[in-house]
Ligand binder design. Sequence first.
Ligand code: AMP
Length: 186
Amino acid sequence: MKVRNLILFGPPGAGKGTQGKRLSEALGIPQISTGEMLREAVLWKNPLGREAERIMERGDLVPDALIVGIVRDRLARDDCLGGFILDGFPRTLAQARALDSLLADAGRAAIQVLSLEVPEAELVERILSRREGRADDTEEAVRKRLEVYRRETRPVLDHYGEAVRSIDGVGTVDGIAERVQRSLAA
Ligand code: AMP
């Protein structure tokens, strides 16, 4: 079977978590959500969690070195050999470059980027109306996360150039999942 090393890219609230889960089930490859891994570390109150908690609550990014270490360890596990879906990583150019060298060193297949496009006005509304009770879903943190996305994360798309496929991320979960599948098949 074809190895698919995917990045599910998009701003906060674009539906990366939801679509990543669908895609993971459809393709039988793991979804790797750095945000989820960090939230777990916060719950466990381990050193990583203690370092990340405040930063996440503010809506800022945790340091690149920290997050790259987590991703490196996760990608080294056997379940990633057939492919993986990164959700929420890379979020900076430095992270994208670190991922490039991780994959090159391991002789892994090239990355494909699926970029979920959603207008900003809809993002704020979606996040503030979701009921997950995330500590960083306050209006202030949401604004901050969007600002960080615009400044640090959006430019990462340019790094991937031709490997990027844009997907309209507005509509029903099923409708968007179908678009994601179609763009993979194309
Ligand atoms: P997410 O669940 O992807 O929205 O991530 C929640 C929070 O975790 C972000 O606002 C950041 O504080 C932190 N985080 C998740 N992934 C990364 C990453 N790749 N680089 C830096 N910080 C991250």
